[in-house]
Design a protein around this ligand. Structure first.
Ligand code: TXA
Ligand code: MG
Length: 333
């Protein structure tokens, strides 16, 4: 199963970090681990490098990137100003899985922000990510290291499956510990607004900010979205995923995969992947994409899952499940 794992000890990490940082500084693309998911990094100040990111992912240009930094001084030239609110959040949550959307510095290339006047910035907590960014001397633009629309990668192997041959290097840091993408929080709006839910939620943010809004997540008929990541179908596996009221009704379906958050004491004919064993939501976040990928690789007719209670990180997990599931019906087997 998927557990906390560590970089292969046979790797000479200090040497690799130096080598890969040089690749980044030279405009090449390097995938690297963060505490959330693996990122596909390129120098945010090099337009050709940033174009390469979009090409490798087959990502449309309307979807802006998150710029990753290792020290606060790197905010110079990225953001127009750091508000008092931003300052408080950075003190509290950086390095960590919180992305802040702020007014951008005029120097930032349009391709990074998809022409927006705002820029998304985060300081990741993974020590390898911090060391790599720092050694490159550059702010690093990095979307999740998957092909556009597919499930985000939480191991180096996941990155290899989708991007090998398209990028210069992959830094293997073992399995990601948070497991779902960072919270994206807009600070340029009147009320701070969560554009993408993540591990850091309203509960953690509102003591510092007061009112915090949660952006409406896209439905099938929405056209204008506050954040393109709010596209309805995203994080999607190839095998159709259905969100069902009760997975028990699929007990006797042979070619249907079941995603479970706890042992429900019955056996299934089809394959089962435990996202967690005891409904522990932190574990569930960590293993969510691994479990989806595991079943997705089995050539099943479809897979089923039920949602978690809408609280804490469960809000973010349900958000990803809803986006991974395109169909709303309850199929029969
Ligand atoms: O955890 C993460 O955030 C990972 C790791 C690698 O750091 N990165 C990640 O990047 O998930 P990506 O590109 O897959 O998702 C970035 C999200 C998208 O939903 C994008 O629309 C939103 O951030 N975003 C980026 N810039 C924005 C901006 N200026 N305004 C609003 N949303 C923005
Ligand atoms: Mg992504």
């Amino acid at each position: 199963t998927y557990t906390r794992s560590y970089p292969n000890p046979a790797q000479d990490l200090p040497r690799l970090i130096k080598e890969y940082a040089k690749l980044l500084a030279d405009g090449k693309l390097v995938a690297f681990p963060t505490e959330t998911v693996y990122g596909l990094g390129g120098d945010a100040t090099n337009e050709e490098a940033v174009k390469g990111i979009f090409a490798a992912k087959e990502r449309p240009f309307f979807d802006p990137l998150i710029v990753h930094i290792a020290e606060l001084s790197q905010l110079d030239g990225l953001v127009a100003e750091v508000s008092e609110q931003a300052n408080v959040l950075m003190q509290q949550f950086w390095p960590g899985p919180l992305t802040l959307v702020m007014k951008k510095h005029p120097q930032v290339a349009d391709i990074v922000t998809a022409g927006s006047e705002t820029i998304a910035v985060r300081m990741p907590a993974n020590p390898l990510a911090l060391a790599l960014i720092k050694a490159s001397g550059k702010p690093i633009a990095a979307p999740s290291a998957n092909r556009f629309g597919y499930t985000s990668p939480t191991t180096a192997e996941h990155v290899r499956e989708q991007l090998s041959g398209r990028i210069a290097a992959i830094l293997d840091g073992g399995a990601c510990t948070v497991g779902i993408e960072s919270t994206v929080l807009a600070l340029h709006t009147k009320i701070p607004t969560i554009l993408r839910p993540g591990k850091i939620g309203v509960q953690e943010l509102s003591p510092l900010l007061g009112e915090v809004a949660l952006a409406k997540q896209a439905g099938p008929t929405d056209t204008k979205l506050e954040s393109p990541g709010l596209l309805e179908s995203h994080y999607a596996p190839t095998t159709p995923l259905y969100l069902v009221d009760d997975v028990r009704q699929y007990q006797s379906c042979k070619d249907v995969g079941v995603l479970l958050f706890e042992d429900i004491g019955i056996s299934f004919q089809g394959p089962v992947a435990y996202i967690s064993e005891d409904k522990d939501s932190e574990t569930a976040a960590m293993r969510l994409y691994w479990a989806i990928r595991k079943l997705d690789g089995m050539g099943l007719r479809f897979m089923v899952c039920s949602l978690l209670p809408e609280q804490g990180i469960g809000v973010a997990i349900n958000n990803r499940l809803r986006k991974a599931a395109t169909k709303k019906e309850q199929p029969s087997c």
